[in-house]
Design a protein. Structure first.
Length: 399
């Protein structure tokens, strides 16, 4: 159905405006009249130009802005439905606008906000919905949305720091691989042709490089196909329960990146659990959500086992310590939090510590990777170039 923009006034004379889907203008006016609004202006909304691939993607940034604005409007006393109408008009993302419109219509139909959000699990995850439930039950929905926004912002900042630290080395590495392939496939065969015409004995490094060049030029399509097939098989295996557990466990044991990934997972675990506990979500339900959102199957298994032990009457800290995944400092602070009734505060301190630790680890990683990349470029690309010039130096010495 087409979309119509409308302006009008309530029976009390308060100006209103918004947009609504309807078959024609008359239906729009009748629908508004049922809501107690007298339409003064109705016009069909022009079609927007969108790129399908991009318009369907709802980013975390869109969700963050939506949550912050909804919290601010509810705090200012604006009714929920009216706040959602305003957000529909302000949201630039076409796909997200449709989601908010559906949420508004469900709320108008008698659903709670949490029930309406639960209909869109790809946009609003379980953590988000359960915190909204806690906010609606306690009457502090605006405060709960503010906490959700803070949580999303902190998690996104953590991702952005790691991504920004690794993107430069990744680009350099990819460029180095491409340059190496170009040298092996296009440049070195030219030198080989020149050397064959001169009919001279070649140094061993040059012979090795020429053989590698021939292999690469002849077999590179097969190599790419094999790598692509291996990537598909690895991806398929990672989707299985056993495969993901083994791969995630292996990742945590990597010398440099494993430690960083573990710190990120621990920061996410502590921050998410702290937010849920502070918001009044029951601890068993909180642990179920935290395990599913930890990002690592090995940590998820440890949290799931701790949850089962907690259900049987044990406290949270001992099973986490027995898992061997959580450091002693984390389990000790959790134990202190349980004993003093300040679990959310202790978890927040753990999250702050590991987020700061991740910042330092990322900075150290960046400063360490750059020299390694320089060495890689010097050894691989420089070695290829020098090996090709060795016969030329030999010829020059002969003359």
């Amino acid at each position: 159905m087409p979309l119509y923009l409308w302006e009008g006034r309530t029976l009390a004379g308060i100006p209103q405006r918004g947009e609504i889907e309807a078959p024609d203008e008359l239906s729009v006016r009748l629908t508004l009249r049922k809501r107690g609004i007298i339409a003064t202006r109705v016009k069909r909304k022009p079609r927007e130009f969108t790129i399908p691939f991009l318009s369907k993607r709802i980013r975390k940034r869109d969700l963050l802005v939506f949550t912050q604005q909804l919290s601010a409007m509810l705090d200012a006393g604006i009714p929920l439905v009216q706040a959602l109408e305003i957000l529909i008009e302000q949201t630039g993302n076409q796909a997200f606008r449709q989601v908010i419109r559906d949420v508004k219509e469900r709320v108008e139909g008698g659903s709670t906000l949490a029930q309406a959000l639960r209909a869109h699990p790809k946009v609003f995850d379980r953590l988000y919905v359960d915190m909204v439930v806690a906010g609606e039950e306690s009457g502090n929905l605006d405060l709960m949305l503010k906490r959700i926004a803070t949580h999303i912002e902190k998690m996104e900042n953590l991702k952005r720091k790691v991504r920004s630290a690794l993107i430069y080395p990744a680009i350099i590495f990819v460029v180095a691989i491409l340059v190496t392939i170009v040298l092996l496939v296009f440049v070195i065969p030219t030198f080989e042709k020149l050397f064959s015409e001169v009919n001279m004995s070649l140094p061993l490094p040059t012979q090795i490089v020429i053989k590698v060049s021939k292999f690469t030029k002849t077999n590179i399509p097969y190599v790419i196909a094999v790598l692509f097939l291996l990537a598909l098989l690895l991806r398929y295996y990672y989707r299985t329960e056993k495969g993901r557990l083994q791969i995630d466990s292996f990742i945590l044991k990597l010398p440099i990146f494993g430690i960083l990934i573990k710190k990120i997972a621990l920061a996410r675990f502590a921050r998410t659990l702290s937010t849920l506990v502070k918001s009044g979500v029951p601890i068993l339900e909180s642990l179920e959500i935290v395990g599913a959102t930890s990002g690592n199957k090995h940590i998820e298994k440890a949290v799931r086992e701790a949850r089962e032990n907690l259900r049987e009457g044990e406290s949270l800290a001992p099973p986490l310590e027995r898992s061997g995944v959580f450091p002693l400092m984390v389990t000790h602070m959790i134990g202190v939090g349980e004993a003093t009734g300040n679990l959310d505060m202790m978890l927040e301190k753990v999250a702050d510590f590991y987020e700061a630790d991740v910042d330092q680890a990322v900075a150290n990683l960046s400063s360490m990777i750059e020299p390694l990349l320089i060495v890689f470029l010097g050894v691989v690309i420089g070695g290829l170039v020098v090996s090709m010039y060795l016969p030329i130096f030999k010829m020059a010495a002969a003359f």
